[in-house]
Design a protein around this ligand. Structure first.
Ligand code: SF4
Ligand code: SF4
Length: 311
C-alpha cells in the first residue's frame, strides 16, 4: 500500500501535543476557498514553479514529454492540466525552481523516516500527525502507518476534515491517540459555498468519533476566516454542537487566519480571494475567543493560536 505525501514538517508544535512530525498527504475532498495548503488539493504528483528561484536559463525548455512547459521564449510555468508529474523538468532545472510535489511512500519506509525524530517525541510528549489535504483519501495506508508506528511506540494523531468514509475514519481513529477534527462552518449552505461540500457527513462523523473515542481524545479545530467562519452566529452554533459531543471532546482550537500561503498560490498560477486580507488584530482574536468560550459550559477548553497583526 502506498500514498502520496506532499511533505514532512518536522519540529511542528501546532498539530497536537509536544514536538511532532506532520506528514501532509496529497489530495482533499474539500476545496475551502481560504485553503492554506493549495498544493495539497490535487491527489496526484504535479510540477510546481517557483518564479523567484528561476535563473532564466531555459534548461527546462522542451524536456516535458506532455507539452506542459512552454517554448524557450516564455517563462516556464507548467500547465498543470497537462502535467503528469514525471519529474523530467525538475531533473533538468539547475536551480530547483521546478520541483515535483507529491512523493510516493510505502508505510514501512515512511515509519523508518519518521522514527528518526523519536528522541524529540520522547522528550516532549509528541509524535506523528497525519494531516493534509485529507489523509483518509489514503485509508488503508493510514491504518497501516498507524499500526506500524504503534508497534514501535510512537504516538499518533489524525488531523482530518471529517469528510471521509465513516468506516475508514473510525478505523484510523481507533489506531490513534488523538483526533484533530476540523469544524469550519455550522450552516450547511455556507459550508457548501465555501468548501464545495455541505457538512452533513462531517457532523455525523463528529458524533461517531465522540461516541467511539476515550475521554479528551477529540480536539476540534476551527480556522478563523474573517467574515466567513469568524462570525458570532457561526461560533455560537459550532459551540452548541461541540458542547453536545460528551466526554471525548477535549479542546476547541481556534486557528487565526494567516496569509503565508500567498506565495504558494502565485507558484500555482492561481488567484486567492484572501490575498489582500490582513491578519486578525490581537483584540479581534481575543473577541472571537470570548465568543467561543461563551458557547461552551467549560470555557477553559477553548484555545486560540496563530499570528496576529502588529498595529
Ligand atoms: S531550468 Fe529552472 S532555472 Fe532554468 S529556466 Fe527552467 S525553471 Fe528557470
Ligand atoms: S513533471 Fe513531467 S509532465 Fe510535469 S511539467 Fe515537468 S516534465 Fe512535464
Amino acid at each position: 500500500v502506498k500514498a502520496l505525501i506532499l511533505n514532512l514538517q518536522r519540529m511542528s508544535t501546532e498539530d497536537g501535543p509536544g514536538i511532532r512530525t506532520t506528514a501532509f498527504f496529497k489530495g482533499c475532498p474539500l476545496a475551502c476557498d481560504w485553503c492554506h495548503n493549495p498544493e495539497s488539493l490535487d491527489p496526484r504528483p504535479r510540477a510546481n514553479f517557483q518564479a523567484r528561484a528561476c535563473l532564466g536559463c531555459r534548461a527546462c525548455a522542451g524536456v516535458c514529454p506532455n507539452g506542459a512547459l512552454p517554448p524557450p521564449e516564455v517563462r516556464p510555468r507548467p500547465d498543470l492540466a497537462r502535467c503528469e508529474g514525471c519529474g523530467a523538468c525538475a531533473r533538468a532545472c539547475p536551480a530547483a525552481a521546478l520541483q515535483v510535489q507529491g512523493v510516493e511512500w510505502t508505510a514501512e519506509a515512511l515509519v523508518t523516516e519518521l522514527a528518526r525524530d523519536r528522541v524529540f517525541f520522547e522528550e516532549s510528549g509528541g509524535g506523528v500527525t497525519a494531516s493534509g489535504g485529507e489523509p483518509l483519501l489514503w485509508p488503508a495506508f493510514v491504518t497501516e502507518l498507524f499500526e506500524r508506528l504503534a508497534a514501535v511506540g510512537i504516538s499518533r494523531a489524525l488531523d482530518t476534515s471529517g469528510h471521509a468514509s465513516p468506516g475508514a475514519l473510525v478505523r484510523a481513529a481507533s489506531r490513534s491517540d488523538l483526533v484533530l477534527l476540523d469544524l469550519k462552518l455550522f450552516d450547511p449552505e455556507a459550508h457548501r459555498r465555501h468548501t464545495g461540500q455541505d457538512n452533513r457527513l462531517i457532523l455525523e462523523n463528529a458524533r461517531r468519533l465522540a461516541a467511539s473515542l476515550p475521554a479528551g481524545r477529540l480536539w476540534i479545530r476551527t480556522p478563523l476566516i474573517p467574515g466567513v467562519t469568524a462570525r458570532e452566529d457561526n461560533l455560537r452554533a459550532l459551540g452548541g454542537f461541540i458542547a453536545g459531543l460528551g466526554p471525548a471532546f477535549g479542546r476547541w482550537e481556534l486557528l487565526a487566519f494567516n496569509n503565508l500561503c500567498r506565495e504558494q498560490y502565485l507558484a500555482l498560477g492561481r488567484s486567492w480571494p484572501y490575498a489582500t486580507e490582513r491578519l486578525l488584530a490581537p483584540d479581534e482574536l481575543a473577541h472571537w475567543t470570548e465568543v467561543a468560550r461563551g458557547a461552551l459550559p467549560d470555557p477553559g477548553r477553548v484555545v486560540a493560536t496563530g499570528p496576529t497583526r502588529v498595529e
